[in-house]
Design a protein around this ligand. Structure first.
Ligand code: CP
Ligand code: NVA
Length: 310
């Protein structure tokens, strides 16, 4: 009999709409159970260890995976690129082969997307993408969950992205194809999303429109989304603040969206840059629900990787 394929979670593009929906349904059930105090009742990952490799800083991803794994009964191992032989030139492929002999799954945050994929190609245990320069799939699973908690099914709704084009936007584009929502993007022309990303979305039948006008993007939006102007790895690019100033999400821009539009941000926020305090702390902001849902959505992802969720 053939060995069943290892269940990696490297990008939303690698999954069917049905598979992603199954993960979110499970996440919602796990969240509801936790609210009812069933935290310790079901420990499906007892005896399993997740290695967490962080080559870049993290607050939410680190804590939510750690707590999520423990609440499912498993254990975690925190590793940083610099502490590992990876930092001294051991290949990612050999690292994958070695870690696969010790642990049951590997989560990695590393800017080089190809290195994350190479880890997955060479690991015999599931690999989870916890942010690369190109995507942040776990974030957008939590974001879709959050949107739906506040505004109902996301299919057919309109999400506006205003600001830089980055890894988080790329996963929103992937999600637009898989979850069937409209995506309206406004970025400075100089920072437009990659043509191949948009071509992929269109080929998948997604309704994605790219432009440079923030007001046009947010008109009719059910959610307005932004992210930092300077992502990890972009620190040397000095032009960003000037280019992005007109893309700040402030009260005036939110007023152009639907009256019940929510504001979303993966965090960390840079208050006074991409978003004002008034929007971050205002009644339409769901940013801390998004942060919380990282925990629940990733439990769904972990359960899927371990084959508990079909
Ligand atoms: N949103 C997110 O991934 O946050 P961290 O960088 O704190 O993990
Ligand atoms: N776009 C940001 C997201 C951080 C969670 C970055 O890559 O730094």
């Amino acid at each position: 009999t053939a060995t069943p394929a290892v269940r990696h979670f490297t990008d939303l593009t690698a999954h069917s709409a049905q598979e992603l929906r199954g993960i979110l349904d499970l996440a919602a059930r796990i969240k509801a159970g936790r609210r009812r105090g069933e935290r310790q009742a079901d420990r499906p990952l007892e005896g399993k260890t997740l290695a967490m490799i962080f080559d870049k800083p993290s607050t939410r991803t680190r804590v939510s995976f750690d707590v999520g794994m423990r609440e499912l009964g498993g254990e975690t191992l925190m590793l940083t690129g610099q502490e590992m032989q990876l930092g001294r030139g051991e290949t990612i492929a050999d690292t994958a082969r070695v870690l696969s002999r010790y642990v049951d799954a590997i989560m990695i945050r590393i800017l080089d997307h190809d290195m994350m994929l190479e880890l997955a190609q060479n690991a015999t245990v599931p690999v989870i993408n916890a942010l690369t320069k190109l995507s942040h799939p776990c974030q957008i699973m939590a974001d879709v969950m959050t949107f739906e908690e506040h505004r109902g099914p996301i299919a057919g709704r309109t999400v506006a992205w205003v600001g830089d084009s980055n890894n988080v936007l790329a996963s929103w584009v992937h999600a637009a194809a898989r979850f069937g929502f409209r995506l309206r993007i406004a970025t400075p022309a100089e920072l437009a999303p990659p043509a191949d990303l948009i071509a992929w979305a269109k080929a998948e039948g997604a309704d994605v429109v790219v432009g440079t006008d923030p007001e046009a993007a947010v008109a009719d939006a059910d959610a307005v989304v932004t992210d930092c102007w300077v992502s990890m790895g972009d620190e040397e690019e000095g032009r960003r603040h000037n280019l992005l100033q007109p893309y700040q999400v402030n009260e005036a821009l939110m007023a152009k969206a639907k009256s019940n539009a929510i504001f979303m941000h993966c965090l960390p926020a840079h208050r006074g840059e991409e978003v004002t305090d008034g929007v971050m702390d205002g009644p339409r902001s769901v940013v801390f629900d998004e942060a919380e849902n990282r925990l629940h959505a990733q439990k769904g992802v972990l359960a899927w990787c371990f084959g508990i969720q079909e």
